[in-house]
Ligand binder design. Structure first.
Ligand code: TYD
Ligand code: MG
Length: 453
């Protein structure tokens, strides 16, 4: 027999318990358990004597057509998606409040509508007048987008039932409410149930649906990490609100790679495409300043040159030094500092260390280790790295410089932007007129920069 039980759902990771606890046993977050209506618990084994349909099993080599793609005409958006939206698919786009999700989707919706697609934009957060004003500001006032302000999933589905749509935006999934569940909007069960219904609609109707999701402070899409499993594509919209650059990154993509990024700049007229990000991130670079190093990051197949800045302050002995990082992993910084101290004899332990990636960029490329090390050595010794050099390479705990992927691509991009020397792992080949210096151990870089033999 089926019986309903009350249960407590963690609003961060979605795990369920039958007893309230202060801390979630699965993800370790505090005060995230909220009582929600229990799902029906079954305790039975399938009784096959009652029948069950046999499923036709297929072979792998049968013909199947490629999914149909819809290009929204914003090249950077289409690129991050791996070639446009797929009909009948669900995409989740997550990001901090105010980063520009609504703006980006309104621009995509407008462009698709102008291209003759049937587009529906449902806002659960803003009134239609607000969305309309923004569209006018973006120069899309005349785009034939069907607009509504609604939060009831039942009403939305009833409306969509009456008209065919190629592209549907739901902004945001946390504001949606399904009356099949009696929890408040924004709770895990509500978000999950609403998303499920909307995704089912997309699959059945062959429309491409985009769900907007807010992100919690630790960077996961609010509460329901469960949502990430349900959709076909997850895009993260990143950037610092105080900077104009925004990066759209595919985190999961059932229809393409997850290594492409789209780069945008927020301006007066919405999000503009940045087709040459390298020159953008280096515009305000300070040359010949100790602690500044240019690093050729690789995003998928696309090199992006960014500036790594370090500052070290020597403290009087006894005080505990501070370490602050913006745009990089603090654990990774601690590792590079330890390698510099233990393998290269630099007394970083007593110094305060500040590390910043310019332009609000977030580095994830492991090849950044060497660039960070060079910036730290430069800041510590107060000797600038040559302004025409780029630095890259992964470091091991023993202080070895490891090979990284696509060194040729990185060097070629740097050469294109006028750099003339590349410092990296041993074995690189010079390309595009850039000279290379290979290092086997980090100690060699320290010797070179400090002028030691
Ligand atoms: P929005 O798309 O509302 O963010 P989200 O949906 O992710 O919460 O973007 C809000 C910010 O973008 C807001 O602070 C104003 C800024 N903005 C511009 O700078 N220029 C523009 O043309 C638009 C439409 C917004
Ligand atoms: Mg918004």
């Amino acid at each position: 027999m089926a019986k309903a039980k009350r249960q407590y759902i963690c609003q961060n990771c979605g795990s369920a318990t039958y007893r309230w606890q202060g801390q979630c046993a699965d993800c370790g977050e505090w005060n995230t358990l909220v009582e929600e209506a229990g799902e029906t618990v079954f305790s039975a084994k399938h009784d096959l004597s009652k029948g069950g349909r046999t499923i036709a099993l297929e072979t792998l080599n049968a013909d199947s057509k490629m999914p149909e793609r819809m290009l929204c005409g914003i090249a950077e958006f289409d690129r991050a998606l791996g070639g446009g939206f797929v009909a009948g698919s669900a995409t989740l786009i997550g990001g901090d409040p105010g980063i520009g999700k609504s703006t980006l989707l309104l621009q995509a919706a407008g462009r698709l509508a102008q291209a003759g697609k049937s587009v529906v934009y449902i806002s659960g957060e803003e009134a239609t007048a607000q969305v309309r004003l923004r569209a006018q500001r973006l120069g899309l006032g005349n785009a034939p987008v069907a607009l509504a302000s609604a939060t009831s999933v039942r009403d939305i589905l009833a409306t969509l039932d009456r008209q065919t749509a190629d592209f549907v935006v739901i902004d945001s999934i946390q504001t949606m409410h399904s009356d099949l569940i009696d929890s408040a909007p924004g709770t895990v069960s509500q978000v999950r149930a609403s998303a499920q219904e909307l995704i089912r609609y997309a699959k059945d109707s062959d429309a491409a649906i985009v769900l907007v999701g807010h992100v919690t402070k630790d960077g996961t899409i609010a509460g329901p990490r469960v949502l990430e499993h349900m959709v076909d594509t997850v895009l993260a919209f990143e950037g610092e609100r105080s900077h104009q650059y925004r990066i759209l990154r595919a985190v999961k993509n059932r229809f393409g790679g997850t290594d492409e990024i789209g780069v945008f700049a927020m301006g007066e007229e919405g999000l503009g495409e940045v087709s040459n990000p390298s020159s953008l991130f280096l515009t305000d670079r300070s040359r010949d300043v100790p602690g500044s190093v240019v690093f050729p990051a690789l995003e998928g197949t696309r090199p992006v040159l960014v500036e790594v800045q370090a500052l070290t302050v020597r403290l009087a002995s006894g005080a505990t030094p501070r370490r602050a990082v913006v745009g990089w992993d603090s654990g990774r910084l601690a590792m590079v500092l330890a390698v510099l101290e233990a393998r290269c004899g630099l007394q970083m332990g007593a110094a305060e260390v500040y590390l910043n990636i310019a332009g609000g960029y977030r580095l994830t490329d492991p090849a950044a280790d060497m660039a960070v090390a060079a910036a730290l050595i430069s800041a510590f010794s107060e000797r600038p790295v040559p302004a025409d050099a780029i630095v890259f390479g992964e470091l091991s705990l023993s202080g070895e410089v490891r090979q990284v992927s696509h060194d040729g691509l990185r060097l070629r991009e740097a050469a294109k932007l006028g750099f003339s020397s590349g410092w990296g792992p041993k074995g690189m080949k010079p390309v595009g007129g850039i000279s290379v210096t290979g290092f086997e151990r980090l100690g060699e870089l320290v010797d070179l920069m400090l002028g030691r033999d």
